[in-house]
Write a protein of this length. Sequence first.
Length: 261
Amino acid sequence: MWAIADGEDLRGFLFGSMHLAGPSEVHLINSAEIMLDRVESLMLEFNPAEIKPDQIAELQKLPQGKRLSLKIPRRKYFRIREKLKRFTGIDIREFDLFPPLYTLNIIYAGFLTEKESFSMDFHLFQKAMRRKMPVIGLESVEDQTDIIKTIPLEQQISSLEDFSKSVDVHRKKILRSADLYRDQKIHELYRYNKNQMGPIRRQLIYERNFRMADRIEEQLREQTALIAVGAGHLSGRFGLIRLLKRCGYRLKPVKNIKSDL
Protein backbone atom coordinates (compact mmCIF):
# COMPACT_ATOMS: atom_id res chain seq x y z
CA MET A 1 0.00 0.00 0.00
CA TRP A 2 1.33 3.44 -0.99
CA ALA A 3 -0.01 6.83 0.02
CA ILE A 4 -0.16 9.28 -2.91
CA ALA A 5 0.40 12.97 -2.15
CA ASP A 6 0.50 16.13 -4.24
CA GLY A 7 2.76 18.34 -2.13
CA GLU A 8 1.15 18.18 1.32
CA ASP A 9 -2.24 17.19 -0.10
CA LEU A 10 -3.10 13.49 0.29
CA ARG A 11 -4.75 12.39 -2.95
CA GLY A 12 -5.21 8.69 -2.38
CA PHE A 13 -3.73 5.23 -1.99
CA LEU A 14 -2.26 2.70 -4.40
CA PHE A 15 -3.03 -0.91 -3.46
CA GLY A 16 -1.53 -3.93 -5.19
CA SER A 17 -4.19 -6.61 -5.30
CA MET A 18 -4.17 -10.30 -6.05
CA HIS A 19 -7.13 -10.91 -8.30
CA LEU A 20 -7.91 -14.28 -6.69
CA ALA A 21 -7.06 -14.46 -2.99
CA GLY A 22 -7.64 -16.78 -0.05
CA PRO A 23 -7.79 -16.63 3.76
CA SER A 24 -4.06 -15.82 3.97
CA GLU A 25 -4.68 -12.48 2.24
CA VAL A 26 -7.70 -11.34 4.28
CA HIS A 27 -5.60 -8.95 6.39
CA LEU A 28 -4.43 -7.20 3.22
CA ILE A 29 -7.91 -6.65 1.85
CA ASN A 30 -8.97 -5.43 5.30
CA SER A 31 -6.27 -2.73 5.08
CA ALA A 32 -7.62 -1.66 1.70
CA GLU A 33 -11.13 -1.46 3.14
CA ILE A 34 -9.91 0.97 5.81
CA MET A 35 -8.62 3.24 3.05
CA LEU A 36 -12.01 3.38 1.39
CA ASP A 37 -13.22 5.45 4.34
CA ARG A 38 -10.48 8.01 3.64
CA VAL A 39 -11.17 8.65 -0.06
CA GLU A 40 -13.97 9.74 -2.37
CA SER A 41 -13.73 7.10 -5.11
CA LEU A 42 -12.48 3.63 -6.02
CA MET A 43 -10.45 2.85 -9.13
CA LEU A 44 -10.16 -0.73 -10.41
CA GLU A 45 -8.64 -2.18 -13.56
CA PHE A 46 -12.19 -2.30 -14.90
CA ASN A 47 -15.58 -1.45 -13.45
CA PRO A 48 -17.58 -4.66 -12.75
CA ALA A 49 -20.81 -2.67 -13.05
CA GLU A 50 -20.11 -2.21 -16.77
CA ILE A 51 -19.85 -5.94 -17.49
CA LYS A 52 -22.76 -7.89 -18.89
CA PRO A 53 -23.08 -11.64 -18.15
CA ASP A 54 -20.59 -13.68 -20.19
CA GLN A 55 -19.35 -10.52 -21.94
CA ILE A 56 -15.66 -11.09 -21.18
CA ALA A 57 -15.72 -14.66 -22.49
CA GLU A 58 -17.64 -13.63 -25.61
CA LEU A 59 -15.20 -10.80 -26.41
CA GLN A 60 -12.17 -13.07 -26.06
CA LYS A 61 -13.31 -15.67 -28.57
CA LEU A 62 -11.25 -16.29 -31.69
CA PRO A 63 -12.53 -14.63 -34.89
CA GLN A 64 -15.67 -16.26 -36.25
CA GLY A 65 -15.00 -19.56 -37.98
CA LYS A 66 -11.64 -20.11 -36.29
CA ARG A 67 -10.92 -22.94 -33.85
CA LEU A 68 -7.78 -23.70 -31.87
CA SER A 69 -7.86 -27.35 -32.94
CA LEU A 70 -7.57 -26.25 -36.57
CA LYS A 71 -4.55 -24.06 -35.85
CA ILE A 72 -2.39 -26.79 -34.29
CA PRO A 73 -1.16 -29.91 -36.16
CA ARG A 74 -3.41 -32.84 -35.22
CA ARG A 75 -0.80 -34.97 -33.40
CA LYS A 76 0.55 -32.00 -31.46
CA TYR A 77 -2.97 -30.90 -30.51
CA PHE A 78 -3.88 -34.30 -29.05
CA ARG A 79 -0.54 -34.51 -27.25
CA ILE A 80 -1.13 -31.13 -25.58
CA ARG A 81 -4.76 -32.01 -24.84
CA GLU A 82 -3.87 -35.32 -23.19
CA LYS A 83 -1.18 -33.80 -20.96
CA LEU A 84 -3.39 -30.94 -19.82
CA LYS A 85 -6.30 -33.29 -19.06
CA ARG A 86 -4.02 -35.55 -17.04
CA PHE A 87 -2.23 -32.87 -15.02
CA THR A 88 -4.78 -30.06 -14.72
CA GLY A 89 -8.19 -31.62 -15.36
CA ILE A 90 -8.78 -29.10 -18.15
CA ASP A 91 -9.89 -30.33 -21.57
CA ILE A 92 -8.81 -27.76 -24.15
CA ARG A 93 -11.49 -29.03 -26.51
CA GLU A 94 -13.96 -27.16 -24.28
CA PHE A 95 -12.04 -23.95 -25.07
CA ASP A 96 -11.67 -24.55 -28.79
CA LEU A 97 -13.16 -21.14 -29.65
CA PHE A 98 -10.73 -19.25 -27.40
CA PRO A 99 -7.07 -18.22 -27.73
CA PRO A 100 -4.53 -20.26 -25.72
CA LEU A 101 -3.80 -17.45 -23.22
CA TYR A 102 -7.47 -17.48 -22.19
CA THR A 103 -7.19 -21.20 -21.40
CA LEU A 104 -3.91 -20.69 -19.57
CA ASN A 105 -5.50 -18.01 -17.39
CA ILE A 106 -8.25 -20.48 -16.43
CA ILE A 107 -5.60 -23.04 -15.47
CA TYR A 108 -3.56 -20.51 -13.47
CA ALA A 109 -6.66 -19.50 -11.52
CA GLY A 110 -7.25 -23.16 -10.74
CA PHE A 111 -3.79 -23.44 -9.20
CA LEU A 112 -4.63 -20.60 -6.79
CA THR A 113 -8.19 -21.57 -5.95
CA GLU A 114 -8.92 -22.54 -2.38
CA LYS A 115 -12.24 -23.42 -0.76
CA GLU A 116 -12.62 -19.90 0.54
CA SER A 117 -11.11 -18.01 -2.41
CA PHE A 118 -12.48 -14.59 -3.29
CA SER A 119 -11.85 -11.80 -5.76
CA MET A 120 -10.16 -8.85 -4.06
CA ASP A 121 -11.31 -6.47 -6.77
CA PHE A 122 -14.95 -7.52 -6.59
CA HIS A 123 -14.83 -7.44 -2.79
CA LEU A 124 -13.71 -3.79 -2.87
CA PHE A 125 -16.28 -3.03 -5.57
CA GLN A 126 -19.08 -4.35 -3.33
CA LYS A 127 -17.83 -2.28 -0.39
CA ALA A 128 -17.75 0.84 -2.55
CA MET A 129 -21.29 0.19 -3.79
CA ARG A 130 -22.56 -0.07 -0.22
CA ARG A 131 -20.93 3.29 0.50
CA LYS A 132 -22.51 4.74 -2.69
CA MET A 133 -19.00 5.60 -3.80
CA PRO A 134 -18.06 6.25 -7.47
CA VAL A 135 -16.22 3.34 -9.09
CA ILE A 136 -13.99 4.12 -12.07
CA GLY A 137 -12.46 1.58 -14.44
CA LEU A 138 -8.89 2.23 -15.52
CA GLU A 139 -9.63 0.23 -18.66
CA SER A 140 -12.76 -0.84 -20.47
CA VAL A 141 -13.67 -4.51 -20.78
CA GLU A 142 -12.82 -4.21 -24.48
CA ASP A 143 -9.38 -2.79 -23.62
CA GLN A 144 -8.61 -5.83 -21.50
CA THR A 145 -9.91 -8.45 -23.91
CA ASP A 146 -8.17 -6.79 -26.87
CA ILE A 147 -4.78 -7.29 -25.19
CA ILE A 148 -4.72 -11.01 -25.92
CA LYS A 149 -5.61 -10.32 -29.55
CA THR A 150 -2.41 -8.28 -29.97
CA ILE A 151 -0.28 -11.34 -29.15
CA PRO A 152 0.28 -13.56 -32.24
CA LEU A 153 -1.66 -16.83 -32.06
CA GLU A 154 1.47 -18.81 -32.95
CA GLN A 155 3.21 -17.33 -29.92
CA GLN A 156 0.27 -18.24 -27.70
CA ILE A 157 0.22 -21.79 -29.03
CA SER A 158 3.94 -22.08 -28.28
CA SER A 159 3.28 -20.95 -24.69
CA LEU A 160 0.49 -23.52 -24.33
CA GLU A 161 2.73 -26.32 -25.65
CA ASP A 162 5.58 -25.28 -23.37
CA PHE A 163 3.19 -25.28 -20.41
CA SER A 164 1.91 -28.77 -21.26
CA LYS A 165 5.47 -30.13 -21.22
CA SER A 166 6.19 -28.97 -17.67
CA VAL A 167 2.90 -28.41 -15.83
CA ASP A 168 4.35 -29.00 -12.38
CA VAL A 169 7.17 -26.50 -12.96
CA HIS A 170 4.65 -23.86 -14.00
CA ARG A 171 2.39 -24.67 -11.05
CA LYS A 172 5.30 -24.10 -8.66
CA LYS A 173 6.07 -20.77 -10.35
CA ILE A 174 2.47 -19.58 -9.95
CA LEU A 175 2.45 -20.61 -6.29
CA ARG A 176 5.80 -18.88 -5.80
CA SER A 177 4.27 -15.66 -7.13
CA ALA A 178 1.42 -16.04 -4.63
CA ASP A 179 3.93 -16.51 -1.80
CA LEU A 180 5.81 -13.35 -2.79
CA TYR A 181 2.55 -11.41 -2.80
CA ARG A 182 1.54 -12.82 0.57
CA ASP A 183 4.91 -11.70 1.99
CA GLN A 184 4.43 -8.29 0.34
CA LYS A 185 7.67 -8.55 -1.61
CA ILE A 186 6.24 -6.46 -4.43
CA HIS A 187 9.52 -5.56 -6.15
CA GLU A 188 10.73 -9.17 -6.06
CA LEU A 189 7.33 -10.27 -7.38
CA TYR A 190 7.68 -7.91 -10.32
CA ARG A 191 11.15 -9.20 -11.20
CA TYR A 192 10.01 -12.81 -10.89
CA ASN A 193 6.91 -12.37 -13.07
CA LYS A 194 8.82 -10.25 -15.58
CA ASN A 195 11.09 -13.20 -16.30
CA GLN A 196 8.13 -15.59 -16.60
CA MET A 197 6.26 -13.40 -19.10
CA GLY A 198 9.10 -13.01 -21.56
CA PRO A 199 8.37 -10.81 -24.61
CA ILE A 200 4.61 -10.49 -23.98
CA ARG A 201 5.19 -8.36 -20.87
CA ARG A 202 5.12 -5.28 -23.11
CA GLN A 203 1.46 -5.86 -23.99
CA LEU A 204 0.37 -7.34 -20.65
CA ILE A 205 2.11 -4.87 -18.33
CA TYR A 206 4.05 -1.91 -19.77
CA GLU A 207 1.57 -0.51 -22.30
CA ARG A 208 -1.31 -0.93 -19.87
CA ASN A 209 0.63 0.83 -17.10
CA PHE A 210 1.05 3.97 -19.22
CA ARG A 211 -2.67 4.05 -19.99
CA MET A 212 -3.61 3.46 -16.36
CA ALA A 213 -1.20 6.12 -15.06
CA ASP A 214 -2.82 8.71 -17.35
CA ARG A 215 -6.28 7.73 -16.14
CA ILE A 216 -5.20 7.83 -12.47
CA GLU A 217 -3.67 11.29 -12.83
CA GLU A 218 -6.87 12.55 -14.46
CA GLN A 219 -9.03 11.13 -11.66
CA LEU A 220 -6.83 12.38 -8.81
CA ARG A 221 -7.22 15.93 -10.07
CA GLU A 222 -10.96 15.61 -9.43
CA GLN A 223 -11.31 13.26 -6.44
CA THR A 224 -9.23 11.34 -3.94
CA ALA A 225 -9.17 7.62 -4.69
CA LEU A 226 -8.17 4.16 -3.62
CA ILE A 227 -6.54 2.60 -6.68
CA ALA A 228 -6.53 -1.20 -6.64
CA VAL A 229 -4.62 -2.93 -9.45
CA GLY A 230 -2.79 -6.23 -9.79
CA ALA A 231 0.41 -6.13 -7.75
CA GLY A 232 2.47 -6.90 -10.86
CA HIS A 233 1.68 -3.42 -12.19
CA LEU A 234 3.33 -1.52 -9.33
CA SER A 235 7.09 -2.03 -9.50
CA GLY A 236 9.75 -1.67 -12.17
CA ARG A 237 10.97 1.00 -14.55
CA PHE A 238 7.52 1.27 -16.14
CA GLY A 239 5.54 0.43 -13.00
CA LEU A 240 2.76 2.63 -11.65
CA ILE A 241 4.80 3.73 -8.64
CA ARG A 242 7.49 5.26 -10.85
CA LEU A 243 5.04 6.57 -13.46
CA LEU A 244 2.99 8.41 -10.84
CA LYS A 245 6.17 9.89 -9.39
CA ARG A 246 6.98 11.19 -12.88
CA CYS A 247 3.58 12.90 -12.82
CA GLY A 248 4.76 14.85 -9.79
CA TYR A 249 3.18 12.83 -6.99
CA ARG A 250 4.98 11.67 -3.86
CA LEU A 251 4.42 8.01 -3.00
CA LYS A 252 5.17 6.68 0.46
CA PRO A 253 4.76 3.05 1.59
CA VAL A 254 2.12 2.64 4.28
CA LYS A 255 3.34 -0.17 6.54
CA ASN A 256 1.18 0.34 9.59
CA ILE A 257 -2.27 1.48 8.53
CA LYS A 258 -3.27 3.03 11.84
CA SER A 259 0.00 4.70 12.86
CA ASP A 260 1.21 5.93 9.46
CA LEU A 261 -1.93 7.99 8.77
